[in-house]
Design a protein around this ligand. Sequence first.
Ligand SMILES: [Zn+2]
Length: 317
Amino acid sequence: MNIDEIKKELEKDLTLAKNIEDLNNLKNKYLSKNGIITVLYSNMKKIPKEEKKTFNLKINHLKDYFNSNYEEMKEKFEKELLADKLEHEIIDISLPSKKIKRGSKHPITRVVEQLEDSLLSLGYTVFDLDELNLNKEDEKIKSLVEDNISINKKSLQVIYPLETYKYNEEKNKFSQNMQLEGLVIGKNISLADLKGTLELTLKKVLGIKTKIRFRFNYSSLGQIALDVDVNCFNCATKGCSLCNNGFIKVADAFMLYPSFLENFNLDNKIYQGFRFNFLIDNLAIFKYEIKEDLRLYENDVRFLKQFDRKDEENEVK
Ligand SMILES: [Zn+2]
């Protein structure tokens, strides 16, 4: 087959691809070790010297043609898949408090509620960002700050749950992640306030004996960000398949950039603040000692019942 014929076949194959699986089969057909385009490259050595350059150029074009179509179609199929999933499958699961009404509560719901209780007692207000009719998270946060900072003598202490979706190519599916974010703006807010908030909240939710580890990152501009880990329940910090060297990451946070505050006409010499983000899935895994995180999204009553018992045990202690 010559290159022009291959191009025609490829065009036809692309029009017939209807999902990500089809696309991956095409990638295999054309670009795997024995794929059609790969074989063309290895045929190069048989081509007469004076034709090599043209031949090489043609294969490169063919490969680019494949790759650009592949990326474009992949993005389209992923979007369709997500839209379909949002419409049909995610109705029953675990947004905090409003979706699971009766029966045993899901570990995700439990952790969100416990975090919210703890943060409410520190003076935080809970917001539902989904109620703001805006597309991007940045826009929502901007609107949240603008609407609330002025009424409260220019200070803000809010938390808001967020759901994020990540596409896993290997499993050909989306994984859902639940987060609880917080934002604080006020006068004389320091890193000590941020650490104190995280430590107090984590110990209240996970138990007083929990070991908390802060890992700091300082950017060249002097900005401070931190990752927050707790000791692994499974291996007594020896290291195992569930954790990273004995610790599990449960939150990250950073001090607000001066430019963020300037957006709201706040003088960064007077006002400071921070943002934090609790990783609910990991907190639930730690708190309820769940070794298979996928089960978090099953609505199996027997699976869920065991957590009633665990919460009761914790209350007795
Ligand atoms: Zn471990």
